[in-house]
Design a protein around this ligand. Structure first.
Ligand SMILES: NC(=O)c1ccc[n+]([C@@H]2O[C@H](COP(=O)([O-])OP(=O)(O)OC[C@H]3O[C@@H](n4cnc5c(N)ncnc54)[C@H](O)[C@@H]3O)[C@@H](O)[C@H]2O)c1
Ligand SMILES: [Zn+2]
Ligand SMILES: [Zn+2]
Length: 450
């Protein structure tokens, strides 16, 4: 049994769940208990399922049903793939089981709902938040929805972190075990809290990204504290880094410098000519990201934003430490951030880190007064209404990061292409049989199967 599945087994069968959750745990596929979780009609749907480390497949699985009175069943009209899905694909985030349906960013149409759902009607177009919030616990009342206390009862997460996050769609049993939205239908617990209505003037191709990437990038920028005139350096030019760059400029940054190692830097430059870049793979011998940043900015940037993740080692030392299980995350990027920023500079971590790292430069952090901020899983409910208004007014155009439109049936191939950064893939829009025709400005459909 691979590590990820073994961890799920130990947690569920030996340690057991806590009793805090007010919504059922471990419904990662309606087929786990057809009598309780599958639609009585016997209808099936296509869904992307995890089948073991580095393997995902599109399979026919049972359509979900209303299980609890505040559930909403959505016909999915759009979903996407996130850098976070790669951590699941790689098995870096633990506690997946074979057959778990993935996908935490999706929008759709209300198909049916439990008797206690308020404020929604059949046929409403809605976008889901990636986290499942109850709406009235201590954290939900403060709109810190990613830390909801009532939707995840996982004991391993609680023990390892000294507290736990909310439940999340398609994000393993570590975060409650909920089937995701890379599927034709999805069950949304507390549907009245976790779905936001989409106005007729906003197409799915723009609203979808309120699920995660827009709220996450906004949180990264405002939680770390980008101020007027700041020079901001951003590690990672994927979708999260791209939107964090745009939002830094919106929040008054005077310069934004992005660090990565591939074509994504050219993609960003083509969309935002003002943004400067560093290709760390092309630095001359003896140069580092830190030395290059100090050449570009006297004393270094004011703010550093981490939009990569802890699983991607740069040097051999961390590569072997990760392989041997001596650490779960590399400290290389965080150390680069700490040593690059000005004294008393701010560093925010939004890329996913799972556990522990070695060789952390705590000396530089302490001596130079660096503020290191974990931005957390982003609290979507805190920002999504404001961000929707900004989409409506045209201030934000999420299509700037959407490079591909693909079909649900081809999602497994898309995962591997996104992972390898092939085909110029930045962010995708995944259509299903329920999707409306492509909105103006969205990319043409790409198909991979011959
Ligand atoms: N905190 C949250 O709420 C939240 C939400 C969504 C995503 N995330 C995380 O944000 C991160 C970025 O997401 P994404 O969708 O943009 O992912 P992505 O995988 O598409 O992009 C990551 C980029 O980092 C680059 N990279 C790799 N090593 C690097 C290094 N040493 N220095 C600089 N760049 C490097 C890669 O080339 C890639 O372009 C992921 O870890 C994802 O899980 C966090
Ligand atoms: Zn995500
Ligand atoms: Zn809550």
């Amino acid at each position: 049994m691979a590590l990820s599945q073994a961890a799920a087994f130990v947690e569920q069968k030996i340690l057991g769940h806590d009793t805090n959750a007010t919504t059922e745990q471990d419904i990662t596929n309606p087929g786990r208990d057809r009598a309780k979780y599958a639609d009585p009609s016997g209808e099936t749907m296509k869904a992307l399922v995890w089948m073991g480390k580095n393997t995902v497949e599109v399979r026919d699985v049972p359509k979900p049903r209303v299980v609890e009175d505040r559930d909403v069943i959505l016909k999915v009209t759009g979903s996407t793939v996130c850098g976070s899905d790669l951590h699941l694909l790689h098995g870096t985030v633990v506690q997946l089981e074979k057959g778990d349906i993935l996908g935490h960013e999706f929008c759709g149409e209300v198909e049916s709902m439990g008797k206690d759902v308020t404020g929604l009607q059949k046929g409403d177009r809605v976008v889901a938040s990636f986290q499942i919030a109850c709406g009235d616990c201590y954290y939900c009342k403060k709109k810190q929805s990613s830390q909801c206390e009532k939707t995840n009862s996982n004991t391993i997460e609680n023990g390892m972190y000294g507290g736990r996050t909310a439940g999340m769609f398609g994000y393993s049993h570590f975060t409650g075990g909920f089937a995701g939205g890379q599927a034709e239908y999805v069950r949304v617990p507390y549907g009245d809290v976790n779905l936001l209505k989409i106005p007729a003037s906003v197409p799915d191709e723009k609203a979808l990204y309120l699920s995660d990437v827009l709220a996450t990038s906004w949180n990264c920028v405002v939680d770390t504290g980008v101020e007027k005139g700041d020079v901001v350096a951003i590690w990672g030019a994927g979708p999260i880094g791209q939107m964090a760059a745009e939002f830094s400029l919106m929040n008054g940054a005077s310069r934004v410098i992005m660090i990565d190692s591939n074509w994504r830097l050219d993609y960003i430059e083509s969309k935002y000519p003002k943004i400067e870049t560093i290709d760390y793979s092309a630095l001359p011998k003896g140069h580092s990201v830190t030395s290059r940043l100090k050449e570009m900015v006297p004393r270094g940037p004011d703010v550093a934003l981490e939009c990569v993740a802890g699983e991607y080692a740069k040097g051999w030392a961390h590569y072997f430490e990760l392989q041997l299980g001596l650490e779960t995350d590399t400290s290389e990027i965080v150390n680069e951030m700490i040593t690059s920023v000005k004294n008393f500079g701010r560093c925010g971590i939004t890329g996913v880190y799972v556990g522990y790292c070695n060789h952390f430069n705590i000396g530089s952090l302490m001596e130079r007064g660096i503020r290191l901020i974990g931005n957390g899983q982003a609290p979507v409910h805190m920002y999504w209404e404001k961000l929707l208004k900004m989409i409506e007014s045209g201030e934000i155009d999420p299509l700037k990061m959407v490079s591909h439109r693909v079909k649900m049936e081809e999602l497994a191939e898309v995962y591997y292409k996104f992972e390898k950064k092939e085909d110029g893939m930045q962010k995708v829009f995944v259509e299903t049989k329920f999707s409306a025709p492509a909105a103006a400005g969205s990319p043409a459909l790409t198909t991979y199967k011959k």
